[in-house]
Structures are given as C-alpha cells and as structure tokens.
Design a binder for this molecule. Structure first.
Ligand code: TXA
Ligand code: MG
Length: 348
C-alpha cells in the first residue's frame, strides 16, 4: 500500500483532503491525524473491523484498549452509560484539550475498542485539524498514538511515516505536536477520580477543580508479570529506543564524572538538559538535549523526538537526565522516561 502524506496548510486550503480522509474513515479505513498531544492512528470507533486495522498496523496487543475521540461534548451521550458530575466539571475546564476521561461504556462501543473492559476512554482534542477529521468522518474516532507498538509516540508526521509507511493509506501532516506527550487519563468510574496516566493537564489542575483525585501508584513503578493493572497500557514496555536507557540522578558535575568513569569502550549516548550539553563538549559522546530544565514544557515537547534521534545513533547505552518529579508536566515527563528506561535508576 502506498501511504499518501498530505501537508495541511489550513481548514479551507485543504478542505478536499479532510473530505477524503473522512471518506476513508467512513469506508472502514485508517488515517493518521495530528492532535495537540501526539499523532493518532484513527478509525471509526463504532466499526469493529475498522478498529482491527489499527491493531494490525501498529502491532498493538489486543488487550490494550483505545481512546475514542469526539468533536462535541454531546457526542458522548451515546457512548457511555452515565455522565458523572465530575466529567461535566472537567469538560468545562479542560475540553477541548489533552485530557481523557474513562466512563462506563454503552453497548455502541465494540469490544475491540474497549479490549473487553466495561469502560471506555473518551477525549475531545483541541487540535482543529483533528476535530475537522472527526467531523468529516461523522463518527467518533478510536485513535491510539500512531507509532509502531513499543516505539516512542510520534510528534511529527515524519515520525508516523517512519513507523507506518506502506501500512496505512493516508497521513495528515499538521506540523509538530504542541504538548508532545499523550493526554492525561483520569478514571471516573470509581468512588474517587483516579489519575491513570499523567499528561498535559496536570494533577494540581485536576485537584483544583475536582478536590480529591487519587493517583494510581503504577504511574511511577514497574508492573510485575501478571499483576492486575487499572490501565492495560501500564503493562507494556513503552517508548523505548533500541539501547538500554539508565536514568542518572544527581548534580551535573557528578553526572558528568559518572558517565566518563563508566564509559569503557561502549558507544555511549547522553540524553540531557540544554544546560548540560557543554559538560560533554570535549568528549566523543553523542549528546542529545531535549529542552531546558527551566522550562519543563520544552522537555515534554521534545522527549519523544529525542528518543527517536537516540535510536538513529544506535548507541550501546543511553544515560538520561530527568527533571524533579514534582507535580506539573514534569510528572508526565518522568513517567514516560521511566518507562523508556524500564525503571532503571542510579542515584549519585
Ligand atoms: O494523547 C493521547 O491520548 C493520544 C492521542 C492520539 O489522542 N492517544 C493515545 O492513545 O495516547 P494510546 O492508545 O497510545 O494510549 C491510550 C492509553 C493506554 O495506556 C490504554 O491502556 C489506556 O489509555 N486506556 C484506554 N482505554 C482505557 C480504559 N477503558 N481503561 C483504562 N485505561 C484505558
Ligand atoms: Mg501509545
């Protein structure tokens, strides 16, 4: 299959392309679309056969459910059994935007979307091109990140092309994703709203509008084999480059000394903050920076792209730096990086 890559210039300029993307989706096909978080691989969420194509293209485990994307809050009513008050509050504050809410699902949602669970994840994206595609398709769109399963999520159309070229008919290129990490996922089906995945909407923002929000401990811990999890995505190795990633905590000088002392004859690559690049100026190490420590949103924006750059270098080992895991977007950065590192840490 040839993959058509379409550069989007505007809603009007590319009107015909949105209609074509909508038709592919109506006919049961898949299309990769930009969103404000990461690129998504979309299919009609109400069509089980269409949804199966997503799993095939990505090589995604069947037991990992998908997020359903809508363009209007009203669209939610057919997809869920009940709308808790907390969902209305959250929608007022954070939709459209990088927040996914988990509801009890209606029988309109095929088991392929919910991976057999009784719940469904729903998001109303803020990216205008994403919304235009949902509207052109006229149906809610199931869309996981548009990467090969296990690879870093794509934050540009070129990343999608690298992973899925030849496997899908169309990619809409809406430029680089604004947030750079996937949406925050909050479960509203229990007594207390529970954060399952940190993202663009932060924990303190959620608590400010909802009061109590609990945090699933597996956000920052490894899940052992066969351990039950609240969100199937927590079980899988994620976002991983080919080489092992080791996170090094400690001040910049100790970090430098550790890396140089442990270099041996390995091909070492460094993932660090902009502020630390000069530490390795005189070394022969490959140094990739992913933003300024002082601007955590830049770390979120560039992390996945940096992990892909590191993959291209094919080092034997990657030593990585992470921000302090306070609240804020830092929690999401640390969550993704910890998973890329399979929770391997060294504290100096
Ligand atoms: O920002 C995003 O959320 C992007 C863009 C494309 O919207 N999508 C995305 O999808 O990240 P995906 O499939 O890569 O991640 C969805 C996560 C998975 O960890 C999955 O296990 C979890 O959400 N999830 C989906 N449905 C769920 C459910 N009913 N209960 C618990 N977790 C669920
Ligand atoms: Mg994903």
């Amino acid at each position: 299959m040839t993959t058509e890559l379409i550069r989007i210039r505007g809603l009007l300029e590319n009107f015909e392309d949105f209609v074509r993307a909508g038709n592919i989706l109506k006919d049961g096909g898949v299309v990769a679309i930009p969103t404000e978080t990461v690129y998504g691989l979309a299919a009609n969420a109400l069509d089980a056969d269409a949804v199966k194509k997503i799993f095939t293209a990505k090589g995604r485990p069947q037991d990992n459910p998908l997020i359903v994307h809508i363009a209007d809050f009203e669209d939610i009513s057919k997809l869920v059994l009940e709308i808790p008050e907390s969902a209305i509050t959250l929608a007022e504050h954070f939709w459209p935007g990088p927040l996914t809410m988990i509801f009890k699902k209606s029988d309109k949602i095929p088991a392929e979307v919910s991976a057999g669970l009784s719940t469904v994840a729903i998001r109303l994206p803020s990216n205008k091109y994403a919304r235009a595609v949902i509207e052109a398709a006229g149906v809610p769109l199931a869309a996981p990140s548009a990467n090969l399963s296990g690879k870093p999520s794509p934050t540009s159309a070129q990343h999608v092309m690298r992973d899925l070229s030849g496997k899908i008919p169309m990619i809409l290129d809406g430029g680089t994703c604004e947030v750079g990490l996937e949406s925050t996922v909050i479960d509203l089906t229990g007594d207390v709203p529970t954060l399952l995945r940190p993202g663009g909407v932060t924990l303190s923002e959620l608590r400010k509008v909802l009061g109590t929000v609990s945090v699933n401990p597996k956000i920052l811990e490894e899940v052992s084999d066969n351990e039950p999890v609240a969100s199937p995505g927590m079980k899988y190795k994620h976002y991983a480059p080919g080489a092992p990633v080791v996170i090094i905590d400690g001040d910049a000088e100790s970090f430098k000394n550790y890396v140089l002392a442990n270099k041996t004859d390995k091909k070492v690559a460094i993932l660090c903050f902009d502020e630390e690049v000069s530490l390795f100026e005189d070394s022969d190490l490959s140094v990739v920076s992913y933003g300024s420590r002082a601007t955590p949103s830049s770390l979120a924006e560039n992390l996945f792209s940096a992990l892909r750059t590191l993959d291209d270098i094919s080092p034997d080992i990657i030593y990585a730096r992470q921000p302090d895991c306070s609240d804020g977007i830092e929690l999401a950065v640390v969550n993704r990086l910890s998973r890329a590192a399979a929770f391997t840490h060294i504290s100096l």
